[in-house]
Design a protein around this ligand. Sequence first.
Ligand code: HEM
Ligand SMILES: *[C@@H]1O[C@H](CO)[C@@H](O)[C@H](O)[C@H]1NC(C)=O
Length: 352
Amino acid sequence: MGFSDGYLLSLTTVSLFFSLSIAFFPGYDTHFMGPGFPYEAHPLTGLCPEYYQFTCPQADKIVISVLKEAIAKDPRMAASLLRLHFHDCIVQGCDASVLLDDSHYIVSEKNAKPNKNSLRGFEVIDQIKEQLEEACPSTVSCADIIALAARGSTVLSGGPTWELPLGRKVSKTASLKGANANIPPPNSTIQNLIALFARQGLDQGDLATLSGGHTIGVARCVNFKQRLYNQNGDKKPDETLERSFYYSLERVCPRTGGDNNISPLDYASPVKFDNYYYKSILAQRGLLNSDEVLLTGKDQFVAGLVKSYAEDEALFFDHFSKSMVKMGQINPLTGYNQGEVRKNCRRVNDAF
Ligand code: HEM
Ligand SMILES: *[C@@H]1O[C@H](CO)[C@@H](O)[C@H](O)[C@H]1NC(C)=O
């Protein structure tokens, strides 16, 4: 309480200072900040939904039009872009570090174990960036583009929408180590998952809710093979796998080889953003170990949410929106002296 009180107090002081300075210097143009500045900024992160209201009002429209085309060509793209936002945010915060290619200065996160041969959507982000650079040069950051693409992909898949705080600058560094250490592996236990989310300020509720992103998209055999053939080092399948589901997975994912064969994360409705992911978990048909342990991992709170979401899609949508906003505000770079707005999402501006 003390912290936020102090914070509000200083915010008020700053606002007062602003109003006064504007009153005394009437020629001072505050228009670019938006009418409510700084009241509408998120109290902790400085992001706000109206960030591009005057500098690039058409930003979201451009994002959506590129997404529509990309998803029409490849329905899985919506899932890939949603995942990209997660993998951006849990490494150094939502700073578009995930988009940087290898260079003299950068060791790309794209080669981290969870990302290599797996993370997709970079070309779509490039296309969006290109169009945005034409419409509003050097204005919309690559981290905001990822966040807008994740929301747009959710909406275009039939899921909820939310007011999206914007104004992230992007980093000039990447962290391969951070990607390997912070992105949860698919064979995580519930304790691992809770711990890895907690590192990012995300709680058990966020874990149950954001895992619902797996209502769209696919996983490769290599990521669920352990469950089929050697779950506990005893050469036996995971006993929580429903039997006919097990047999169908066995056909896609043989004991040896076939590592890149894919299977839907939500077999009941793989391209629709709905609550069937949770119904599948209740039917013991969650694909990854990290999906099934939300129910079987003996965390009563998380398991309770899985059941609630399976029953009540509106509740899931409401919580998902809130948790996405929260995840999207992990450690953003804001302010004039932090980060930059890249011209090309794959490299930092002063690289040569
Ligand atoms: C809770 C911990 C999580 C784990 C252990 C996990 C793990 C995975 C794995 C292993 C894959 C398949 C990758 C491959 O086989 O190439 C995957 C795919 C995916 N993940 Fe997660 N994930 C987690 C959380 C999330 C979150 C929070 C989101 C978004 C809100 C998300 C969205 C997705 C999507 C949409 C896909 C499908 C991507 C595609 O088809 O291209 N995941 N995840
Ligand atoms: C998860 O898989 C990795 C290999 O990919 C293995 O080293 C690790 O022991 C597994 N963890 C669990 C909890 O089974």
